[in-house]
Design a binder for this molecule. Structure first.
Ligand code: HEM
Ligand code: NAG
Ligand code: NAG
Ligand code: NAG
Ligand code: NAG
Ligand code: NAG
Length: 519
Protein backbone atom coordinates (compact mmCIF):
# COMPACT_ATOMS: atom_id res chain seq x y z
CA UNK A 1 0.00 0.00 0.00
CA UNK A 2 3.04 2.28 0.44
CA UNK A 3 3.90 2.36 -3.18
CA UNK A 4 0.89 4.24 -4.37
CA UNK A 5 1.39 6.99 -1.76
CA UNK A 6 4.97 7.44 -2.76
CA UNK A 7 4.25 7.69 -6.41
CA UNK A 8 1.37 9.98 -5.65
CA UNK A 9 3.76 12.44 -4.07
CA UNK A 10 6.18 12.47 -6.97
CA UNK A 11 3.16 12.62 -9.24
CA UNK A 12 1.98 15.72 -7.43
CA UNK A 13 5.25 17.49 -8.13
CA UNK A 14 5.11 16.53 -11.76
CA UNK A 15 1.51 17.65 -12.03
CA UNK A 16 2.38 20.96 -10.40
CA UNK A 17 5.28 21.60 -12.74
CA UNK A 18 3.24 20.56 -15.72
CA UNK A 19 0.33 22.78 -14.72
CA UNK A 20 2.64 25.75 -14.33
CA UNK A 21 4.06 25.06 -17.77
CA UNK A 22 0.56 24.86 -19.28
CA UNK A 23 -0.52 28.10 -17.62
CA UNK A 24 2.51 29.96 -18.93
CA UNK A 25 2.14 28.58 -22.44
CA UNK A 26 -1.57 29.35 -22.53
CA UNK A 27 -1.00 32.87 -21.25
CA UNK A 28 1.69 33.59 -23.83
CA UNK A 29 -0.33 32.12 -26.69
CA UNK A 30 -3.37 34.03 -25.47
CA UNK A 31 -1.36 37.25 -25.52
CA UNK A 32 -0.11 36.52 -29.01
CA UNK A 33 -3.54 35.59 -30.24
CA UNK A 34 -5.11 38.62 -28.60
CA UNK A 35 -2.68 41.08 -30.15
CA UNK A 36 -3.04 39.23 -33.45
CA UNK A 37 -6.83 39.38 -33.28
CA UNK A 38 -6.73 43.04 -32.48
CA UNK A 39 -4.74 43.64 -35.63
CA UNK A 40 -6.94 41.65 -37.91
CA UNK A 41 -9.39 43.89 -39.70
CA UNK A 42 -13.01 43.13 -40.55
CA UNK A 43 -13.58 42.16 -44.18
CA UNK A 44 -13.98 45.02 -46.67
CA UNK A 45 -17.40 46.19 -47.69
CA UNK A 46 -19.50 49.12 -48.82
CA UNK A 47 -19.59 52.06 -46.45
CA UNK A 48 -22.90 52.35 -44.62
CA UNK A 49 -24.75 55.07 -42.78
CA UNK A 50 -25.01 55.10 -38.98
CA UNK A 51 -27.94 53.10 -37.59
CA UNK A 52 -29.37 52.03 -40.95
CA UNK A 53 -26.04 50.64 -42.19
CA UNK A 54 -26.35 49.58 -45.83
CA UNK A 55 -30.07 49.01 -45.56
CA UNK A 56 -31.02 51.93 -47.82
CA UNK A 57 -28.94 50.59 -50.68
CA UNK A 58 -30.22 47.03 -50.56
CA UNK A 59 -31.80 45.67 -53.69
CA UNK A 60 -34.64 43.19 -53.35
CA UNK A 61 -32.80 40.24 -54.89
CA UNK A 62 -30.22 39.85 -52.12
CA UNK A 63 -28.29 36.99 -53.77
CA UNK A 64 -27.84 39.01 -56.99
CA UNK A 65 -27.05 42.21 -55.13
CA UNK A 66 -24.43 40.44 -53.01
CA UNK A 67 -22.90 38.92 -56.15
CA UNK A 68 -22.64 42.37 -57.72
CA UNK A 69 -20.97 43.82 -54.61
CA UNK A 70 -18.54 40.90 -54.55
CA UNK A 71 -17.13 42.09 -57.89
CA UNK A 72 -15.86 45.15 -56.01
CA UNK A 73 -15.10 43.76 -52.56
CA UNK A 74 -13.88 40.24 -53.27
CA UNK A 75 -14.47 36.77 -51.90
CA UNK A 76 -15.37 37.86 -48.37
CA UNK A 77 -17.11 41.11 -47.54
CA UNK A 78 -19.03 42.74 -44.77
CA UNK A 79 -22.27 44.62 -44.83
CA UNK A 80 -24.33 46.21 -42.12
CA UNK A 81 -28.03 45.57 -42.28
CA UNK A 82 -29.27 47.93 -39.62
CA UNK A 83 -27.03 47.30 -36.66
CA UNK A 84 -26.48 43.65 -37.65
CA UNK A 85 -23.04 42.80 -39.04
CA UNK A 86 -23.39 40.44 -41.99
CA UNK A 87 -20.54 38.62 -43.71
CA UNK A 88 -21.01 37.36 -47.25
CA UNK A 89 -18.84 34.55 -48.62
CA UNK A 90 -18.40 34.45 -52.38
CA UNK A 91 -15.63 31.98 -53.22
CA UNK A 92 -15.00 28.25 -52.75
CA UNK A 93 -11.86 28.83 -50.67
CA UNK A 94 -13.47 31.02 -47.98
CA UNK A 95 -16.53 28.77 -47.91
CA UNK A 96 -14.23 25.81 -47.32
CA UNK A 97 -12.69 27.63 -44.36
CA UNK A 98 -16.13 28.09 -42.82
CA UNK A 99 -18.04 24.90 -43.70
CA UNK A 100 -15.11 22.49 -43.53
CA UNK A 101 -11.94 23.70 -41.77
CA UNK A 102 -13.87 25.49 -39.02
CA UNK A 103 -17.09 23.52 -39.35
CA UNK A 104 -17.61 23.16 -35.58
CA UNK A 105 -17.19 26.88 -34.94
CA UNK A 106 -19.70 27.81 -37.64
CA UNK A 107 -22.19 24.98 -37.09
CA UNK A 108 -24.88 27.28 -35.69
CA UNK A 109 -27.75 28.69 -37.66
CA UNK A 110 -28.42 32.34 -36.96
CA UNK A 111 -31.98 32.49 -35.68
CA UNK A 112 -34.30 34.75 -37.64
CA UNK A 113 -37.20 36.71 -36.13
CA UNK A 114 -40.10 34.56 -34.99
CA UNK A 115 -38.05 31.37 -35.00
CA UNK A 116 -38.34 30.76 -31.26
CA UNK A 117 -42.10 30.53 -31.69
CA UNK A 118 -42.35 28.33 -34.74
CA UNK A 119 -39.90 25.82 -33.21
CA UNK A 120 -42.02 25.06 -30.15
CA UNK A 121 -39.61 27.14 -28.08
CA UNK A 122 -36.37 25.98 -29.69
CA UNK A 123 -37.11 22.26 -29.95
CA UNK A 124 -36.56 21.69 -33.67
CA UNK A 125 -33.54 20.66 -35.72
CA UNK A 126 -33.07 23.53 -38.16
CA UNK A 127 -32.73 26.25 -35.52
CA UNK A 128 -31.14 24.28 -32.67
CA UNK A 129 -27.66 25.54 -31.87
CA UNK A 130 -24.87 23.04 -32.42
CA UNK A 131 -24.86 20.85 -29.31
CA UNK A 132 -26.39 17.82 -27.62
CA UNK A 133 -30.02 18.53 -28.55
CA UNK A 134 -29.18 19.19 -32.18
CA UNK A 135 -27.12 15.96 -32.36
CA UNK A 136 -30.00 13.97 -30.91
CA UNK A 137 -32.54 15.45 -33.35
CA UNK A 138 -30.19 15.11 -36.31
CA UNK A 139 -29.70 11.43 -35.49
CA UNK A 140 -33.46 10.89 -35.34
CA UNK A 141 -33.93 12.57 -38.75
CA UNK A 142 -30.98 11.16 -40.65
CA UNK A 143 -30.25 7.84 -39.00
CA UNK A 144 -33.66 6.66 -37.76
CA UNK A 145 -35.88 8.22 -40.40
CA UNK A 146 -34.17 9.16 -43.67
CA UNK A 147 -31.91 6.09 -43.73
CA UNK A 148 -31.66 3.90 -46.82
CA UNK A 149 -34.11 1.27 -45.61
CA UNK A 150 -36.85 3.79 -44.96
CA UNK A 151 -36.06 5.71 -48.11
CA UNK A 152 -36.59 2.55 -50.15
CA UNK A 153 -39.77 1.75 -48.24
CA UNK A 154 -41.00 5.27 -49.03
CA UNK A 155 -41.10 4.40 -52.73
CA UNK A 156 -44.69 3.28 -52.25
CA UNK A 157 -45.72 6.74 -51.00
CA UNK A 158 -44.01 8.51 -53.87
CA UNK A 159 -45.42 6.14 -56.46
CA UNK A 160 -48.99 6.57 -55.19
CA UNK A 161 -48.80 10.35 -55.27
CA UNK A 162 -47.03 10.60 -58.63
CA UNK A 163 -49.51 8.19 -60.24
CA UNK A 164 -52.41 10.16 -58.80
CA UNK A 165 -51.04 13.38 -60.32
CA UNK A 166 -50.34 11.78 -63.71
CA UNK A 167 -53.90 10.54 -63.72
CA UNK A 168 -55.26 13.99 -62.89
CA UNK A 169 -53.16 15.61 -65.61
CA UNK A 170 -54.43 13.03 -68.10
CA UNK A 171 -57.97 14.11 -67.28
CA UNK A 172 -57.25 17.74 -68.22
CA UNK A 173 -54.71 17.09 -70.97
CA UNK A 174 -54.63 19.66 -73.77
CA UNK A 175 -55.51 22.61 -71.54
CA UNK A 176 -53.09 25.16 -70.04
CA UNK A 177 -52.38 24.46 -66.37
CA UNK A 178 -50.41 26.05 -63.56
CA UNK A 179 -47.65 23.43 -63.47
CA UNK A 180 -46.31 24.51 -60.07
CA UNK A 181 -49.64 23.78 -58.39
CA UNK A 182 -49.54 20.16 -59.50
CA UNK A 183 -45.90 19.78 -58.52
CA UNK A 184 -46.51 21.30 -55.09
CA UNK A 185 -49.55 19.11 -54.55
CA UNK A 186 -47.59 15.98 -55.42
CA UNK A 187 -44.64 16.86 -53.20
CA UNK A 188 -46.81 18.04 -50.33
CA UNK A 189 -48.81 14.80 -50.39
CA UNK A 190 -45.65 12.72 -50.66
CA UNK A 191 -44.09 14.56 -47.74
CA UNK A 192 -47.14 14.30 -45.52
CA UNK A 193 -47.68 10.62 -46.21
CA UNK A 194 -43.98 10.00 -45.57
CA UNK A 195 -44.22 12.02 -42.35
CA UNK A 196 -47.55 11.01 -40.87
CA UNK A 197 -49.30 8.69 -43.31
CA UNK A 198 -52.81 8.98 -44.62
CA UNK A 199 -54.42 10.53 -41.56
CA UNK A 200 -55.46 13.60 -43.50
CA UNK A 201 -57.46 11.84 -46.19
CA UNK A 202 -61.10 12.27 -47.06
CA UNK A 203 -63.04 15.51 -47.66
CA UNK A 204 -61.99 17.09 -44.43
CA UNK A 205 -58.43 16.02 -45.15
CA UNK A 206 -58.47 17.79 -48.53
CA UNK A 207 -59.58 21.06 -46.95
CA UNK A 208 -56.95 20.80 -44.25
CA UNK A 209 -54.28 19.91 -46.80
CA UNK A 210 -55.02 23.02 -48.85
CA UNK A 211 -54.88 25.23 -45.77
CA UNK A 212 -51.75 23.44 -44.61
CA UNK A 213 -49.92 24.22 -47.83
CA UNK A 214 -50.89 27.86 -47.60
CA UNK A 215 -49.65 28.09 -44.04
CA UNK A 216 -46.33 26.41 -44.89
CA UNK A 217 -45.85 28.96 -47.65
CA UNK A 218 -46.58 31.81 -45.24
CA UNK A 219 -43.93 30.54 -42.83
CA UNK A 220 -41.28 30.39 -45.53
CA UNK A 221 -42.25 33.91 -46.64
CA UNK A 222 -42.14 35.26 -43.09
CA UNK A 223 -38.71 33.73 -42.49
CA UNK A 224 -37.35 35.06 -45.78
CA UNK A 225 -38.26 38.70 -45.33
CA UNK A 226 -35.65 41.03 -43.89
CA UNK A 227 -37.11 42.02 -40.61
CA UNK A 228 -36.67 45.09 -38.47
CA UNK A 229 -36.51 42.93 -35.39
CA UNK A 230 -33.67 40.99 -36.99
CA UNK A 231 -31.85 44.09 -38.03
CA UNK A 232 -32.33 46.00 -34.80
CA UNK A 233 -32.24 43.36 -32.06
CA UNK A 234 -32.74 46.16 -29.53
CA UNK A 235 -36.32 46.72 -30.61
CA UNK A 236 -37.08 43.04 -31.16
CA UNK A 237 -39.18 42.70 -27.99
CA UNK A 238 -41.67 45.23 -29.39
CA UNK A 239 -42.36 43.09 -32.47
CA UNK A 240 -43.16 46.20 -34.55
CA UNK A 241 -43.90 44.25 -37.70
CA UNK A 242 -45.94 41.64 -35.94
CA UNK A 243 -43.79 38.80 -37.21
CA UNK A 244 -44.04 36.98 -33.93
CA UNK A 245 -47.76 37.61 -33.65
CA UNK A 246 -48.20 36.06 -37.10
CA UNK A 247 -45.97 33.12 -36.22
CA UNK A 248 -48.00 32.50 -33.09
CA UNK A 249 -51.19 32.41 -35.11
CA UNK A 250 -49.63 29.96 -37.59
CA UNK A 251 -48.28 27.78 -34.83
CA UNK A 252 -51.57 27.51 -32.98
CA UNK A 253 -53.17 26.40 -36.25
CA UNK A 254 -50.53 23.70 -36.67
CA UNK A 255 -50.73 22.65 -33.11
CA UNK A 256 -54.44 21.85 -33.38
CA UNK A 257 -53.82 19.74 -36.50
CA UNK A 258 -50.82 17.97 -35.00
CA UNK A 259 -52.69 17.17 -31.80
CA UNK A 260 -55.43 15.53 -33.85
CA UNK A 261 -52.96 13.57 -35.95
CA UNK A 262 -50.95 12.39 -32.96
CA UNK A 263 -53.90 11.36 -30.81
CA UNK A 264 -55.52 9.52 -33.73
CA UNK A 265 -52.28 7.64 -34.26
CA UNK A 266 -51.93 6.70 -30.62
CA UNK A 267 -55.49 5.33 -30.70
CA UNK A 268 -54.83 3.36 -33.88
CA UNK A 269 -51.63 1.90 -32.46
CA UNK A 270 -53.43 0.95 -29.26
CA UNK A 271 -56.20 -0.77 -31.23
CA UNK A 272 -53.58 -2.65 -33.25
CA UNK A 273 -52.06 -3.86 -30.01
CA UNK A 274 -48.73 -2.15 -30.70
CA UNK A 275 -47.91 -4.74 -33.37
CA UNK A 276 -45.10 -3.90 -35.80
CA UNK A 277 -46.38 -2.28 -38.98
CA UNK A 278 -44.82 -2.92 -42.33
CA UNK A 279 -44.15 0.62 -43.53
CA UNK A 280 -43.51 2.99 -40.70
CA UNK A 281 -43.89 6.67 -41.30
CA UNK A 282 -41.94 9.32 -39.44
CA UNK A 283 -44.67 9.73 -36.83
CA UNK A 284 -44.50 6.02 -35.93
CA UNK A 285 -40.75 6.25 -35.51
CA UNK A 286 -41.02 9.41 -33.43
CA UNK A 287 -43.74 8.03 -31.17
CA UNK A 288 -41.72 4.90 -30.61
CA UNK A 289 -38.72 6.99 -29.58
CA UNK A 290 -40.89 9.26 -27.47
CA UNK A 291 -42.43 6.30 -25.70
CA UNK A 292 -39.29 4.18 -25.82
CA UNK A 293 -37.02 2.93 -23.10
CA UNK A 294 -33.87 4.54 -24.50
CA UNK A 295 -33.11 7.34 -22.04
CA UNK A 296 -30.55 8.79 -24.45
CA UNK A 297 -33.32 9.73 -26.83
CA UNK A 298 -35.11 12.25 -24.65
CA UNK A 299 -37.69 13.00 -27.28
CA UNK A 300 -40.47 15.15 -25.82
CA UNK A 301 -43.82 15.78 -27.49
CA UNK A 302 -42.54 19.30 -28.36
CA UNK A 303 -39.59 17.71 -30.16
CA UNK A 304 -41.96 15.42 -32.04
CA UNK A 305 -44.18 18.25 -33.26
CA UNK A 306 -41.30 20.62 -33.97
CA UNK A 307 -39.60 17.96 -36.13
CA UNK A 308 -42.77 17.24 -38.08
CA UNK A 309 -43.19 20.94 -38.75
CA UNK A 310 -39.53 21.38 -39.72
CA UNK A 311 -39.52 18.61 -42.25
CA UNK A 312 -42.85 19.71 -43.70
CA UNK A 313 -41.57 23.30 -44.05
CA UNK A 314 -38.05 22.30 -45.10
CA UNK A 315 -39.06 19.66 -47.60
CA UNK A 316 -42.02 21.04 -49.48
CA UNK A 317 -41.28 24.52 -50.84
CA UNK A 318 -37.63 23.86 -51.60
CA UNK A 319 -38.26 20.71 -53.61
CA UNK A 320 -41.33 21.91 -55.48
CA UNK A 321 -39.73 25.23 -56.42
CA UNK A 322 -36.69 23.38 -57.74
CA UNK A 323 -38.89 21.08 -59.81
CA UNK A 324 -40.81 24.00 -61.27
CA UNK A 325 -37.53 25.70 -62.24
CA UNK A 326 -36.39 22.52 -63.99
CA UNK A 327 -39.60 22.29 -66.02
CA UNK A 328 -39.33 25.99 -66.91
CA UNK A 329 -35.73 25.72 -68.06
CA UNK A 330 -36.67 22.74 -70.21
CA UNK A 331 -39.63 24.46 -71.78
CA UNK A 332 -37.24 27.29 -72.67
CA UNK A 333 -35.29 24.75 -74.75
CA UNK A 334 -37.60 22.11 -76.23
CA UNK A 335 -34.56 20.22 -77.58
CA UNK A 336 -33.82 19.26 -73.95
CA UNK A 337 -37.31 17.80 -73.62
CA UNK A 338 -36.68 15.82 -76.78
CA UNK A 339 -33.41 14.40 -75.45
CA UNK A 340 -34.93 13.50 -72.10
CA UNK A 341 -37.83 11.76 -73.83
CA UNK A 342 -35.55 9.82 -76.15
CA UNK A 343 -33.75 8.48 -73.11
CA UNK A 344 -37.01 7.72 -71.30
CA UNK A 345 -38.33 5.87 -74.34
CA UNK A 346 -35.23 3.73 -74.63
CA UNK A 347 -34.96 2.94 -70.90
CA UNK A 348 -38.64 2.72 -69.93
CA UNK A 349 -40.48 2.52 -73.24
CA UNK A 350 -43.75 4.10 -74.34
CA UNK A 351 -45.82 1.11 -73.29
CA UNK A 352 -44.57 0.90 -69.75
CA UNK A 353 -44.95 2.68 -66.43
CA UNK A 354 -41.90 4.44 -65.05
CA UNK A 355 -40.57 3.05 -61.76
CA UNK A 356 -38.04 4.41 -59.33
CA UNK A 357 -35.83 1.47 -60.24
CA UNK A 358 -35.39 3.05 -63.69
CA UNK A 359 -33.82 6.19 -62.23
CA UNK A 360 -30.17 5.03 -62.09
CA UNK A 361 -30.29 4.46 -65.87
CA UNK A 362 -31.75 7.89 -66.58
CA UNK A 363 -28.50 9.81 -66.89
CA UNK A 364 -29.98 12.74 -68.77
CA UNK A 365 -32.65 13.33 -66.11
CA UNK A 366 -29.89 13.21 -63.52
CA UNK A 367 -27.98 15.83 -65.51
CA UNK A 368 -31.08 18.02 -65.53
CA UNK A 369 -31.44 17.66 -61.74
CA UNK A 370 -27.78 18.57 -61.17
CA UNK A 371 -28.06 21.51 -63.50
CA UNK A 372 -31.21 22.95 -61.96
CA UNK A 373 -29.65 22.69 -58.51
CA UNK A 374 -26.66 24.60 -59.89
CA UNK A 375 -28.57 27.46 -61.48
CA UNK A 376 -31.44 27.58 -59.01
CA UNK A 377 -30.20 26.32 -55.65
CA UNK A 378 -33.35 26.28 -53.47
CA UNK A 379 -31.73 28.32 -50.71
CA UNK A 380 -29.40 30.71 -52.60
CA UNK A 381 -27.74 31.95 -49.38
CA UNK A 382 -28.13 28.63 -47.51
CA UNK A 383 -29.53 29.17 -44.02
CA UNK A 384 -27.49 31.93 -42.35
CA UNK A 385 -24.78 30.55 -40.07
CA UNK A 386 -23.07 32.26 -37.14
CA UNK A 387 -19.82 31.59 -35.26
CA UNK A 388 -19.88 30.31 -31.66
CA UNK A 389 -16.58 32.08 -30.89
CA UNK A 390 -14.75 34.94 -32.66
CA UNK A 391 -12.99 33.50 -35.69
CA UNK A 392 -10.66 34.27 -38.57
CA UNK A 393 -11.69 33.69 -42.18
CA UNK A 394 -9.71 34.65 -45.27
CA UNK A 395 -7.35 36.59 -43.02
CA UNK A 396 -10.15 38.73 -41.62
CA UNK A 397 -11.69 38.91 -38.18
CA UNK A 398 -15.23 37.53 -37.79
CA UNK A 399 -16.72 38.69 -34.49
CA UNK A 400 -19.34 36.93 -32.41
CA UNK A 401 -22.87 37.81 -33.45
CA UNK A 402 -22.04 38.13 -37.16
CA UNK A 403 -24.49 36.58 -39.59
CA UNK A 404 -22.79 34.53 -42.30
CA UNK A 405 -24.39 34.42 -45.73
CA UNK A 406 -22.89 31.81 -48.04
CA UNK A 407 -23.71 32.87 -51.59
CA UNK A 408 -23.92 29.44 -53.15
CA UNK A 409 -25.99 30.95 -55.94
CA UNK A 410 -23.12 33.25 -56.98
CA UNK A 411 -20.45 30.55 -56.70
CA UNK A 412 -22.45 28.14 -58.83
CA UNK A 413 -22.72 30.82 -61.53
CA UNK A 414 -19.19 32.16 -61.21
CA UNK A 415 -17.73 32.56 -64.73
CA UNK A 416 -14.24 31.78 -63.42
CA UNK A 417 -15.48 28.37 -62.25
CA UNK A 418 -18.11 27.48 -64.86
CA UNK A 419 -18.25 27.70 -68.63
CA UNK A 420 -21.29 29.66 -69.82
CA UNK A 421 -22.56 29.80 -66.24
CA UNK A 422 -25.94 31.33 -67.13
CA UNK A 423 -26.72 28.69 -69.72
CA UNK A 424 -28.85 25.69 -68.68
CA UNK A 425 -26.78 22.77 -70.02
CA UNK A 426 -27.42 19.28 -68.62
CA UNK A 427 -24.59 18.09 -70.89
CA UNK A 428 -21.99 19.81 -68.73
CA UNK A 429 -22.51 17.05 -66.16
CA UNK A 430 -21.25 14.40 -68.55
CA UNK A 431 -17.76 15.90 -68.80
CA UNK A 432 -14.95 14.25 -66.83
CA UNK A 433 -14.38 17.38 -64.75
CA UNK A 434 -17.97 18.12 -63.63
CA UNK A 435 -18.96 14.48 -63.54
CA UNK A 436 -16.89 14.16 -60.38
CA UNK A 437 -18.95 16.75 -58.49
CA UNK A 438 -21.61 15.24 -56.23
CA UNK A 439 -24.42 16.61 -54.10
CA UNK A 440 -22.88 15.98 -50.70
CA UNK A 441 -20.85 19.17 -50.60
CA UNK A 442 -17.40 17.65 -51.01
CA UNK A 443 -16.38 20.32 -53.53
CA UNK A 444 -17.04 23.99 -52.85
CA UNK A 445 -17.71 24.86 -56.47
CA UNK A 446 -21.01 22.98 -56.16
CA UNK A 447 -22.93 22.49 -52.91
CA UNK A 448 -26.67 23.20 -53.41
CA UNK A 449 -27.50 21.40 -50.14
CA UNK A 450 -24.75 23.04 -48.09
CA UNK A 451 -21.87 21.06 -46.65
CA UNK A 452 -20.48 19.70 -43.41
CA UNK A 453 -22.40 19.10 -40.20
CA UNK A 454 -25.37 21.20 -41.20
CA UNK A 455 -25.78 19.81 -44.70
CA UNK A 456 -29.42 19.34 -45.68
CA UNK A 457 -30.89 16.44 -43.74
CA UNK A 458 -33.31 15.61 -46.56
CA UNK A 459 -30.82 15.56 -49.44
CA UNK A 460 -31.53 11.99 -50.54
CA UNK A 461 -35.29 12.33 -50.31
CA UNK A 462 -35.17 15.66 -52.16
CA UNK A 463 -33.15 14.19 -55.01
CA UNK A 464 -35.56 11.29 -55.37
CA UNK A 465 -38.68 13.43 -55.36
CA UNK A 466 -37.17 15.85 -57.88
CA UNK A 467 -36.05 13.17 -60.33
CA UNK A 468 -39.08 10.89 -60.10
CA UNK A 469 -41.46 13.79 -60.78
CA UNK A 470 -39.42 15.18 -63.67
CA UNK A 471 -38.99 11.75 -65.23
CA UNK A 472 -42.68 10.85 -64.85
CA UNK A 473 -43.93 14.19 -66.15
CA UNK A 474 -41.79 14.02 -69.30
CA UNK A 475 -42.32 10.32 -69.84
CA UNK A 476 -46.11 10.57 -69.65
CA UNK A 477 -46.58 13.90 -71.41
CA UNK A 478 -45.12 16.25 -73.94
CA UNK A 479 -45.25 19.81 -72.68
CA UNK A 480 -45.75 22.99 -74.64
CA UNK A 481 -46.49 26.64 -73.95
CA UNK A 482 -49.95 28.03 -74.69
CA UNK A 483 -50.17 29.69 -78.11
CA UNK A 484 -48.82 33.23 -78.13
CA UNK A 485 -47.35 33.16 -74.59
CA UNK A 486 -43.72 33.77 -73.78
CA UNK A 487 -41.92 32.08 -70.93
CA UNK A 488 -39.84 34.26 -68.64
CA UNK A 489 -37.56 33.18 -65.82
CA UNK A 490 -37.87 36.11 -63.39
CA UNK A 491 -37.17 35.39 -59.72
CA UNK A 492 -38.91 36.36 -56.52
CA UNK A 493 -36.40 36.54 -53.69
CA UNK A 494 -36.99 34.95 -50.29
CA UNK A 495 -35.42 32.30 -48.11
CA UNK A 496 -36.47 30.12 -51.07
CA UNK A 497 -36.21 31.87 -54.46
CA UNK A 498 -39.36 31.11 -56.44
CA UNK A 499 -40.45 31.93 -59.95
CA UNK A 500 -41.96 35.41 -60.07
CA UNK A 501 -44.69 34.26 -62.44
CA UNK A 502 -45.97 30.71 -62.33
CA UNK A 503 -45.18 28.37 -65.20
CA UNK A 504 -48.24 27.73 -67.34
CA UNK A 505 -47.98 24.87 -69.85
CA UNK A 506 -50.05 22.29 -71.71
CA UNK A 507 -49.51 18.57 -71.17
CA UNK A 508 -50.18 16.22 -74.12
CA UNK A 509 -50.30 12.47 -73.47
CA UNK A 510 -47.60 10.52 -75.31
CA UNK A 511 -47.80 6.95 -74.01
CA UNK A 512 -49.24 4.15 -76.09
CA UNK A 513 -52.16 3.15 -73.92
CA UNK A 514 -54.68 5.07 -71.72
CA UNK A 515 -54.28 2.40 -69.05
CA UNK A 516 -50.77 3.68 -68.43
CA UNK A 517 -52.39 6.79 -66.97
CA UNK A 518 -54.45 4.98 -64.35
CA UNK A 519 -53.87 6.12 -60.76
C1 HEM B 1 -34.30 20.59 -53.51
C2 HEM B 1 -34.66 20.55 -52.27
C3 HEM B 1 -33.83 21.01 -51.09
C4 HEM B 1 -32.80 21.90 -51.05
C5 HEM B 1 -32.16 22.69 -52.20
C6 HEM B 1 -32.36 21.96 -49.66
C7 HEM B 1 -31.29 22.73 -49.22
C8 HEM B 1 -30.93 22.86 -47.89
C9 HEM B 1 -29.88 23.74 -47.41
C10 HEM B 1 -29.01 24.63 -48.30
C11 HEM B 1 -29.82 23.62 -46.07
C12 HEM B 1 -28.95 24.41 -45.11
C13 HEM B 1 -27.52 24.02 -45.12
C14 HEM B 1 -26.72 24.93 -44.24
O1 HEM B 1 -27.24 25.55 -43.33
O2 HEM B 1 -25.52 25.07 -44.49
C15 HEM B 1 -30.84 22.65 -45.68
C16 HEM B 1 -31.08 22.26 -44.39
C17 HEM B 1 -32.06 21.35 -44.04
N1 HEM B 1 -32.91 20.68 -44.89
FE1 HEM B 1 -32.96 20.83 -46.90
N2 HEM B 1 -33.14 21.13 -48.92
C18 HEM B 1 -34.05 20.52 -49.74
C19 HEM B 1 -34.99 19.58 -49.38
C20 HEM B 1 -35.19 19.10 -48.11
C21 HEM B 1 -36.10 18.04 -47.74
C22 HEM B 1 -36.96 17.25 -48.72
C23 HEM B 1 -36.04 17.91 -46.38
C24 HEM B 1 -36.76 16.97 -45.45
C25 HEM B 1 -37.16 15.80 -45.70
C26 HEM B 1 -35.06 18.86 -45.90
C27 HEM B 1 -34.70 19.02 -44.58
C28 HEM B 1 -33.72 19.86 -44.12
C29 HEM B 1 -33.37 20.01 -42.72
C30 HEM B 1 -34.02 19.29 -41.55
C31 HEM B 1 -32.32 20.93 -42.65
C32 HEM B 1 -31.60 21.43 -41.41
C33 HEM B 1 -30.45 20.54 -41.06
C34 HEM B 1 -29.73 20.99 -39.81
O3 HEM B 1 -29.90 22.13 -39.38
O4 HEM B 1 -28.98 20.18 -39.24
N3 HEM B 1 -34.56 19.56 -46.97
N4 HEM B 1 -31.48 22.21 -46.82
C1 NAG C 1 -33.63 2.65 -40.47
O1 NAG C 1 -34.59 3.05 -39.51
C2 NAG C 1 -35.54 2.05 -39.17
C3 NAG C 1 -36.59 2.64 -38.28
O2 NAG C 1 -36.10 3.59 -37.41
C4 NAG C 1 -34.81 0.87 -38.51
O3 NAG C 1 -35.73 -0.15 -38.17
C5 NAG C 1 -33.78 0.34 -39.49
O4 NAG C 1 -33.01 -0.66 -38.88
C6 NAG C 1 -32.85 1.45 -39.95
N1 NAG C 1 -31.99 0.97 -41.00
C7 NAG C 1 -30.69 1.20 -41.05
C8 NAG C 1 -29.94 0.63 -42.20
O5 NAG C 1 -30.12 1.86 -40.19
C1 NAG D 1 -46.47 3.59 -24.87
O1 NAG D 1 -46.24 2.19 -24.82
C2 NAG D 1 -47.15 1.47 -24.00
C3 NAG D 1 -46.76 0.00 -24.04
O2 NAG D 1 -45.41 -0.17 -24.29
C4 NAG D 1 -48.57 1.68 -24.47
O3 NAG D 1 -49.48 1.04 -23.60
C5 NAG D 1 -48.90 3.17 -24.54
O4 NAG D 1 -50.17 3.37 -25.08
C6 NAG D 1 -47.85 3.88 -25.39
N1 NAG D 1 -48.13 5.32 -25.39
C7 NAG D 1 -48.09 6.05 -26.50
C8 NAG D 1 -48.31 7.51 -26.33
O5 NAG D 1 -47.88 5.57 -27.59
C1 NAG E 1 -21.71 11.48 -52.27
O1 NAG E 1 -22.74 11.41 -53.22
C2 NAG E 1 -22.63 10.39 -54.18
C3 NAG E 1 -23.79 10.50 -55.14
O2 NAG E 1 -24.06 11.82 -55.45
C4 NAG E 1 -22.57 9.03 -53.51
O3 NAG E 1 -22.43 8.01 -54.46
C5 NAG E 1 -21.42 9.01 -52.52
O4 NAG E 1 -21.40 7.79 -51.83
C6 NAG E 1 -21.49 10.15 -51.55
N1 NAG E 1 -20.31 10.20 -50.73
C7 NAG E 1 -20.31 10.29 -49.42
C8 NAG E 1 -19.00 10.35 -48.73
O5 NAG E 1 -21.35 10.33 -48.78
C1 NAG F 1 -43.44 18.51 -77.86
O1 NAG F 1 -43.53 19.86 -77.47
C2 NAG F 1 -42.59 20.73 -78.09
C3 NAG F 1 -42.81 22.11 -77.54
O2 NAG F 1 -42.54 22.17 -76.18
C4 NAG F 1 -42.74 20.70 -79.59
O3 NAG F 1 -41.73 21.49 -80.18
C5 NAG F 1 -42.63 19.26 -80.09
O4 NAG F 1 -42.91 19.22 -81.46
C6 NAG F 1 -43.61 18.36 -79.34
N1 NAG F 1 -43.36 16.98 -79.73
C7 NAG F 1 -44.33 16.17 -80.17
C8 NAG F 1 -43.90 14.80 -80.50
O5 NAG F 1 -45.46 16.56 -80.24
C1 NAG G 1 -37.70 45.36 -43.96
C2 NAG G 1 -39.07 44.84 -43.78
O1 NAG G 1 -39.94 45.60 -43.54
N1 NAG G 1 -39.26 43.52 -43.88
C3 NAG G 1 -40.42 42.69 -43.66
C4 NAG G 1 -40.45 42.10 -42.24
O2 NAG G 1 -41.53 41.22 -42.13
C5 NAG G 1 -42.81 41.72 -42.48
C6 NAG G 1 -43.80 40.62 -42.29
O3 NAG G 1 -43.79 40.24 -40.98
C7 NAG G 1 -42.84 42.27 -43.89
O4 NAG G 1 -44.11 42.78 -44.20
C8 NAG G 1 -41.75 43.29 -44.06
O5 NAG G 1 -41.72 43.74 -45.38
Amino acid sequence: MALPTLSLESNQNAVLAFSFFIVVVSFVSWMIKKSGKGNLPLPPGPRGLPIVGNLLFLEPDLHRYFAKLAETYGPIMKLKLGTKLCIVLNSPSVVKEVLKDQDTTFANHDALAGVEIITYGGNDIVWSPYGAQWRMLRKVCVHDFLNNTNLEAGRAFRRTEVRRTINKLYGIAGTPINVGEYITQTIFNTMTSTLWGGTLRGDEGTTIAAEFQKVLGEIVDLLGKPNFSDLYPIIAPFDVQGTRRKMKRLLSWFDRIFNTIVSQRVEINKAAGGGDKETKDFLDILLQLHNGSDPKAQLTMSHVKALLLDLAVGGTETTSTTTEWAMSEMLMKPELIKKAQEELDSVVGKDNILQESHLPQLRYIEGIAREVLRMHPGLPLLIPHCPSVPATVGGYHIPLGARIFVNVWAIQRDPSLWENPNEFMPERWFTANNGKLDLNGSDFRYFPFGSGRRICAGLNLAERMLTIILASFFHSFNWSLPEGTKLELGEKFGLVVKKRNPLVAIPTPRLSNPELYAA
